[in-house]
Design a protein around this ligand. Structure first.
Ligand code: KIV
Ligand code: ZN
Length: 513
């Protein structure tokens, strides 16, 4: 007997809570379209009540996505739930996901509520939500560290009120696989109406066991929904990684005996898109999506794979989408070919003017770089200068000089709020000089937390360099990403992109804490 495992993707909500991973509405929409191509079952698009920006992102995704259920998170109160329902109005299939903490620690120290108050609020919130939407998920936050008798009572109540999915978060990543699996089984056995809801697992990766715990929740506990994110993106050590659970269930179907709706060939494109959008680089030895995940370096392994692939390979690289790294466009490609490729990549542009601006940037890149890959196109449209209304700062030009034995110098011209500025500085290297030149005018005072450079497409120095800059200012952390064949220019773009994010974006309510 086999049954279906529901894949609930929360890259755009729990993943985005990772400091510096915040995305614009357009970026979220592009990722949602890729998740639809991946055929996840549910996309948690955001937390509509947390900020006007998140509301708009959930609304846009709900309006655009037709094949997948779109979900919004909401705290267990009428205002949040009504906001979620409002944002989800245009969805073909909508889900409201409401939560309240149930562990003694969270109830007493964070919520300052008694268990009875929490129980009653959970009941009321599901009753309210059920009038607005048929598909309701309930999460007892910090569920794994909650008193089991109390948790059973809350879960029985919310199912009786009409919750269709109950999700048991290991919010702080404290669980170990066997115990988490038994915990889920125990709850399912003790809650009298447990068969009236789908049981779901939601594991954080603080001890590196999120994937193992989620799989134990399924295999030992009988859960039939896994909550996960692309590349395991998420706060602290992240969430359960989608690519790993999906490929574990698929590769070991003999053991899990579960069906998935996923189109695995879309995994690597999704991983790249999330990494490029957030600037969170995927480690080379990361299972499934790391650059080395299918590379055989030792002579014995190479020899074995050449004779018979399954000597050392349990999955095929092309089955998870590795073969897609091909030249797609070049210098002679026209606007129509460019536009069509954008559509195939799920990038929608709001106006022809935006397409024209992106095409001009493409032509500029194609003049300097002979082969253009999908990753180059994604980097190109990720550049905020395509949508000028979203940017305050924009690079105009950069010149730098470095020579052995000389201190490097840079002069940078950029636009700030519609006014052009030029500035010059020296520095330890040309990147340092360029960013210091920008700072002489901007004086942001932001602290740099991270600077990293990666080749967008592997294997050649012709690749564009992709730079991530993480800045912190007044408790806010933002990532800026910039790409260019010249890594000094990419660095200046990344720096200005981070400054744009510090300049925009209202703060929002956190889902936890
Ligand atoms: O980790 C957690 O507890 C959550 C809930 C809001 C579901 O993300
Ligand atoms: Zn979480």
């Amino acid at each position: 007997m086999s049954d279906k495992l529901i894949i609930f993707d929360t890259t755009l909500r729990d993943g985005e809570q990772s400091p510096g991973a915040s995305m614009t509405r357009e970026e979220k929409l592009r990722i949602a379209r890729q998740l639809e191509r991946l055929h996840v079952d549910v996309i948690e698009a955001g937390f509509a009540a947390s900020s006007p920006g998140d509301f708009e992102a959930v609304r846009s995704i709900a309006d655009a996505i037709r094949e997948v259920t779109v979900c919004s998170l909401a705290r267990a109160n009428d205002r949040d739930i009504a906001r979620a329902a409002e944002a989800l109005k245009g969805a073909a299939r909508a889900r409201i996901h409401t939560f309240i903490a149930t562990s003694a620690l969270h109830m007493e120290k964070k919520l300052r509520m008694t268990p009875e108050q929490v129980h009653e609020q959970a009941r009321q919130s599901i009753r309210y939500a059920r009038n607005l939407c048929d598909d309701i998920e309930f999460s007892p936050e910090d569920g794994y560290r909650s008193d089991v008798d109390f948790l059973c009572r809350v879960l029985e109540t919310v199912i009786a009120e009409g919750a269709t999915t109950v999700n048991i978060p290991d919010t702080v990543g404290y669980a170990v696989p066997e115990l988490y699996g038994q915990f889920i089984r125990n709850l399912r056995e003790r809650v009298p109406n447990s068969d009236k809801a789908v049981w779901s697992v939601h594991c954080h990766n603080d001890l590196g066991m999120a994937v193992a715990n989620s799989l134990a929740g399924v295999k030992l506990g009988g859960a039939r929904q896994i909550e996960c994110t692309i590349n395991g993106l998420g706060e602290r050590a992240g969430n359960c990684s989608l690519e790993e659970v999906v490929m574990a269930v698929r590769t070991r179907r003999d053991y899990f005996k579960l069906d998935l709706g996923i189109d695995a060939t879309q995994i690597v494109p999704a991983s790249r898109m999330v990494s490029q959008t957030t600037g969170f680089v995927v480690q080379p030895n990361k299972a499934v999506v790391g650059a080395n995940a299918f590379a055989h370096a030792s002579g014995i392994h190479q020899d074995g794979v050449l004779k018979a692939r399954d000597t050392y390979e349990i999955m095929r690289a092309e089955d998870v989408g590795w073969a897609t790294n091909k030249i797609v466009l070049g210098k002679l490609s026209g606007r129509n070919a460019f536009k069509q490729r954008l559509q195939e990549l799920g990038v929608s542009m709001e106006s022809e003017a935006e397409v024209n601006a992106a095409f001009a940037r493409f032509k500029d890149l194609a003049d300097r770089k002979s082969d253009i890959y999908d990753e180059d196109i994604i980097a190109l449209v990720g550049d905020e200068s395509v949508a000028p209304e979203h940017e305050h700062y924009r690079l105009v030009s950069l010149a730098q000089h470095s020579e052995t034995g000389e201190r490097p110098q840079a002069s940078v011209t950029f636009v700030a709020g519609g006014v052009e500025h030029s500035a010059a500085s020296d520095g330890n290297g040309p990147v340092d000089a360029s960013l210091k030149a920008i700072e002489t005018k901007v004086r942001s005072g932001a602290e740099m937390m991270l600077y990293s450079v990666n080749a967008i497409t592997s294997g050649s120095t012709e690749s564009q360099g992709e730079v991530t800059v993480r800045l912190q200012l007044g408790g806010r952390v933002v990532n800026g990403v910039g790409a260019d064949p010249d890594i000094v220019v990419a660095s200046a773009k990344a720096y200005l992109s981070a400054l744009n994010k510090l300049h925009g974006n209202a703060d929002r309510v956190a889902a936890q804490g």
